[in-house]
Design a protein around this ligand. Sequence first.
Ligand code: FE2
Length: 273
Amino acid sequence: MYNLENARRLINQEYLRYFKTIKNNERTHIWFREKIEHSNDVLKVGVDLVKKEYPDIIQEEFEELQYVFLLHDMARFREAYIKYYLEEECVEHHGEMAYNILKDEIGCDNLPILTAIKHHGSLPHMVYEDEVYISIKDGDAKNRTIKYLKLVRDADKIANMEIFARNTKLIHKINSTYVGNRMGITDKVYDSFCSRELVNYNDVRTYVDYMILFLAWIFDFNYKSSFAYILDSGSFEKLLDETILYADDEEKIDGLQKISREYIYSKLKHNIA
Ligand SMILES: [Fe+2]
């Protein structure tokens, strides 16, 4: 039931439904296609991580994970419809929206799947405060929830790092939104990085801050294979180079380089999952 075939059917259904509704809006259509590509990338990276980290995984779990990977952003199309077509404020996070679609419209009652999708983009501690997660009494289901969540969070971030590193045009699209000081590194952003923490989006003030937000994703990685992935592909170095190219503060640049290198190599030495 929760397998790749059904996940593909579902995501295509959501995509087509809103693609047809939002007519004559090229920007949204491009965004829709990017989301489909991203979902497939997360599936690819996710499967790769599972094979490396859990080589003996049982088939049922493997299929459920494929379902989570492909559907984690399934609500992005509905979110765009609300924001750009209805021009209404979208109050729900797309993870929460996907959770509600799957639960109420599809009838999914698999709590590890639902919870992993709901929290794929929230702050790491939030799952532990979630009533649904707390309500899971079965130890095995609780472990599976955290396993699915860790894998989808890592795969999502890796896939995004890969795409930004491969296509700097995408980064420059973001760059154009920072018309003021693009090169500075805001203290709060730098301090988060030095504390080995995720950067809060609300603290981002400049283009370089935005780049640092991406770099800081490594502090949320859960698996040794995730560090190996971004190192082998060269995506982390590329993003770091891009940051250095634009940043104007030598001292902070040195700090970013030193901290990230030390962090990645220390994690590669240890098994952390
Ligand atoms: Fe997402």
